[in-house]
Design a protein around this ligand. Structure first.
Ligand code: ZN
Length: 241
């Protein structure tokens, strides 16, 4: 009886426009919640939250699990839009492209880790916040060769917001190759390839590049930076020859 009442209250909360979409990926299918973080999420993001552990996120289904009155009250104190605006996405960079439900699980994972575990986008005075420096546009990666399919350590550098050069060394003048982002298609994480962690792909009309990063955060940073560039380039008209 009491549980029915709590379910009713949760249903009312989910009807609010502020809770219409998943707090993390924007999916319209919202049936889960993180009680301690105070956000409603979709089943996919709920899986990622659960993976972080209950010390970070306590996940419950809004219709399958039973709820205490105090837990529902906690959810009533905020809503997705407000939590994101005032806390978890408060300091998102201006041009940030938020991952969506169509993106890979690997990218969602890093996004959710950045948001809640590292508190990367919380208000400026937040203690223990681990920020991501999106202004760093170079770093070590390993890249899978096209002809010889081995992984090679390369120094990756974004130039002019359009070209990704890769070098053998950080001070090399001559690059091993260039990736143009102007006609790039998909830029997203992919599941482990050849036991390499934190892999992502850049699809171009010529070729599909496969890159592995040292950490999830580096992969997240690269994907975000490259997506921003690709988005900017797609808005610019093609230069006339
Ligand atoms: Zn979601």
């Amino acid at each position: 009886m009491s549980d029915d009442r709590q379910k009713e209250r949760l249903k009312e909360l989910l009807m609010k426009p502020e809770n219409a979409v998943c707090a993390d990926c924007g999916s319209p299918d919202v049936q889960w919640a993180s009680i301690n973080l105070g956000v409603f999420i979709c089943i996919v993001c709920a899986g990622v939250h659960r993976h972080l552990g209950v010390h970070i996120s306590r996940v419950k289904s809004t219709n399958l699990d039973s709820w205490k009155e105090t837990e529902v009250e906690m959810m009533e104190q905020s809503n997705n839009a407000k939590s994101n605006r005032e806390i978890y996405e408060n300091t998102l960079p201006k041009d940030f492209i938020k991952p969506t439900f169509g993106d890979s699980i690997g990218l969602k994972e890093q996004w959710i880790i950045a948001k809640y575990l590292n508190k990367s986008f919380t208000p400026p005075d937040t203690k223990d916040a681990k920020r991501i420096n999106f202004d760093v546009k170079e770093g070590w990666i390993t890249k899978k060769g096209e002809v010889v399919k081995s992984w090679k350590k390369r120094w990756l550098r974004l130039v002019d917001g359009e070209y990704l050069y890769y070098y053998k060394g950080t001070t090399d003048k001559v690059e091993c190759g260039t990736i143009s982002l102007r006609e790039s298609g998909q830029i997203d994480s992919v599941s482990e390839v050849d036991s390499k962690p934190y892999c992502f792909i850049i699809s171009t009309p010529k070729r599909r590049y496969l890159i592995s990063c040292n950490t999830g955060e580096e992969m997240f940073r690269w994907i975000q930076i490259l997506r921003q560039c690709a988005s900017q380039l797609s808005k610019q008209p093609q230069q006339q020859q």
